[in-house]
Design a protein around this ligand. Sequence first.
Ligand code: NAD
Length: 505
Amino acid sequence: MFMTSVIGHFIHGEHVSRGERTAAVFNPATGLAEKKVRLADKATVEEAIASAEKAYPAWRNTPPLKRARVMSRLKQLLEENADTICAMITAEHGKVLNDALGELQRGIENVEYASYAPELLKGEHSKNVGPAIDSWSEFQPLGVTAGITPFNFPAMVPLWMWPMAVACGNTFVLKPSERDPSASIFIAELALQAGLPPGVLNVVNGDKESVDTLLADPRVQAVSFVGSTPIAQYVYATGTAHGKRVQALGGAKNHAVVMPDADINNAVNALMGAAYGSCGERCMAVPLVVAIGDATAEAVIAGLKAEIAKMKVGPGTDTGNDMGPLVTREHFEKVKGYVDIGVAEGATLLVDGRTLDVRDANGERSNGYFLGPCLFDNVKPGMRIYQEEIFGPVLGVVRVASLEEAMNLINAHEYGNGTCIFTRDGEAARHFCDNILVGMVGVNVPLPVPVAYHSFGGWKRSLFGDLHAYGPDAVRFYTRRKTITQRWPASNDPGRAMFSFPSSR
Ligand code: NAD
C-alpha cells in the first residue's frame, strides 16, 4: 500500500485540506490505495454553503449572457484538458479511456446546453390581459443549490447538475462520490479559470455527514441527487422534510426486448456494449435480455457467446481493452456473489467471468478488481438476479412467449429507468413505446440516454421527485416562476373601488 496524494475540497476558489477523517481512493486496476480523500465534517460543508451564499447576490445579478460566456469558455477548457480528466477517471473508476472520453463528451454537451441560458431563461409575456394591464412570468434562481453524485460517472453526472444550476443564476455545492473525487476538483479549477467567480461552485468531498449537512441546512434551497435507490429515497424524504426542492435519481434494472423479427446481429452488438460497457456499472446498462420465443433466445445467446469470446478485459489505460475492472474490492465481491446466487437459484451460467485471469506487467496475477463477462440463461422473474440491481458485467436472458408477456414483466418491475426493443415491426415498437412504464425507451437503440437538450430520468423507484435531470427540466428545477401583473393607470383615470373578483367578463 502506498499513498501519494491527499484530495481535499475546493471552497471559494481555493483548495482546502481539512477534516480529520479520510478514505482511501483505490486504483481498481491495481488494487492499490494510491490516494486519500478528506471526508468533510459539518463545519467544512457549512463553510462551503456560506461561500455559495456570499457569492449568490452578485452572480444572480450577472447578466445571463455573461454567465453563459463562462460556460462557453469552460467547454473549451474541458476539451483542451480531456486527456487529463480521462486519465483521472480511469485511475479511480477503472473504465477504459475511450469510455471515459465518451462520458466526458456527454458532460461537455451539458455545459454547451448551459451556454444557451439567455435563450432558455426568457420568460413569457402577455400584453393587455386586462385594460392597460400587462402580465409576464419570469424564472428566478433559487439561491444556494447542491448536488450529490455517484461513482459511476465522475465527470458526466456532476456536469448534468451544476452548469445548468449556475447558468440559471444559482450558486452550488457539489458533493461527488468519495470513490473517484479527483475529476470534480479539477473541473472546478477549470471553471474558475473560465471566469466563474469564487464561491459560485464549491466542491466538498465526503460521505453521509456531508450529505446530511446539505440536506438539513436551511440555506440550501434545492438538492439534485444521483445514486442508488435506497439513498435516493432517503435524500428525497430528508430534503423535502427540510422544505427543499429535491430530485433524486436512483437505481435501475433495464430490460432489452428482442423480437423474433429483429436484426439479430445488430441486437447482439448493441447488447454487448450495453451489458458489458463500463463493466455494467451504468444506470442505463442492460443486464436483462427478454427474448420472445426460444428460437430468438438461441440466436441471441449464440451471438453473445461468440462476441464475449472476443472481449478483452484488463486495465482501462490499455486502449486494446474493452472492459476494465469493477470500482472497488467490496463491489467486486458483491457482483461475484450475485453470480454465485444466480447459480444457486437455478439459472444456467453459460459464461463464467469468475475464472478470468488478468496478469500485471510482471506476469503476476493482478490484484485489480477484474471480473470477466458473465452470461446467464433461464433467468426467471422470482430470482434475485432478476429483481436486484447487480451493477456489474452480468447479463441474464429471460425467455418469454410474447411481447405482452415481456411488457407485463417490465411494467411489474420496481425500477423504470431505461428499456429498449429490437424489432423491424413498427406497430410493435409503437405499442411498446406507448405502453411501457419506463422513463427512457429505445427502439433498436440499447442505451437511450437523452441528449443534453432533452431531459434524463426514470419512472417508478428510479426517480423520486417530479422533474428529470438536465435539459429543459433543469431550467424548471433550478428556477422558480414569478408572475407579475402590471397596470399603469392613466393620470386622468379617476378609478373606482371594485368589490367583485377581477375578471374579463
Ligand atoms: P450510492 O447511492 O452509494 O452513492 C451516491 C452518493 O450518495 C455518493 O455521493 C455517496 O457518498 C452518497 N451516500 C452514500 N451512502 C449514503 C448515506 N447512507 N447517506 C447519505 N449519502 C450517502 O451510489 P453509487 O454506488 O455511488 O452509484 C451507483 C448507483 O447509482 C447505482 O444504483 C446506479 O444505478 C445509480 N445511478 C443512477 C443514475 C440515474 O440517472 N438514475 C445514474 C448513475 C448512477
